[in-house]
Design a protein around this ligand. Structure first.
Ligand code: PXP
Length: 236
């Protein structure tokens, strides 16, 4: 059965907008797991714009499924991964000015192979977030990763006219990655509206989804949240 990894970063984004205690990403992870999430993903960014170091420590203590830490391949992050010991690390590119992760990791990056082997020697399952491209997959495999996460952002941004082409590209890459013996994940920009186009790609064994789930959660709960506040005001 295909698995669902839930990225809880956007819960922390709302909290950090006020630098307060709510909403709590730890509680978000707990609720996600209670409702079927197979894995919790979180990205500790260099600028700490959403998830904080304390969140990561608490997630490590509380997540009951698998904790997937997305991180840039930097010395600071390697040290954090070694001390927190997530079940999985997904290496991603990171630029301070980007709104979100914009493209796959450049696998020719100097020192990447060494980063992978240092993480693997800690018994951490290592994945690379890459563009759906066979040459990149081949290089990833050679560097010893366990998994690849195929970047679905291009597909998510495609117009109706070129969506099929993007789906085919992901399909080909997923089939190739599976043939290489890699665990195949897909993520970025997957929504309640577009996931149906990817579902036919059987080689994808896991999705990583964040923004769309958190967006849906806001409206799934907004009515109840207003009702409760109204109740507090009128029953004073
Ligand atoms: N996978 C990776 C590697 C990401 O960087 C992100 C965004 O943080 C996601 C998946 C989730 O993307 P989205 O929030 O668009 O579902």
């Amino acid at each position: 059965m295909r698995k669902l990894g839930v990225n809880i970063d956007h819960v922390a984004t709302i909290r950090e907008a006020r630098k307060t205690f709510e909403p709590d990403p730890i509680e978000a992870a707990y609720i996600a797991e209670k409702h079927g999430a197979d894995q919790i993903t979180t990205h500790l960014r260099e600028d700490r714009r959403h998830i904080q170091d304390r969140d990561l420590r608490l997630l490590r203590e509380t997540v009951q499924t698998r904790l997937n830490l997305e991180m840039a391949p930097t010395e600071e992050m390697i040290a954090i991964a070694k001390s927190i010991h997530p079940d999985e690390v997904t290496l991603v590119p990171e630029k301070r000015e980007e709104v979100t992760t914009e493209g796959g990791l450049k696998v020719d990056l100097e020192g990447l192979e060494d980063v992978i082997s240092r993480l693997k020697s800690e018994d951490i399952f290592v994945s690379l977030f890459i563009d759906p491209d066979n040459e990149t997959i081949k290089k990833s495999k050679k560097m010893g990763v366990d998994a690849v996460e195929l970047h679905t952002g291009y597909f998510a941004n495609a117009t109706e006219n070129n969506r099929d082409k993007e789906v085919d590209r992901i399909q080909d890459a997923a089939a190739y990655a599976k043939k290489q013996g890699l665990y195949v994940v897909a993520g970025h920009g997957i929504t309640y509206y577009n996931v149906k186009y990817l579902n036919k790609i059987e080689e994808i064994v896991e999705y990583n989804i964040g923004h769309s789930i958190v967006s849906r959660a806001v409206f799934a709960g907004l009515g109840e949240a207003v009702r409760l506040m109204k109740q507090l005001i009128v029953s004073r």
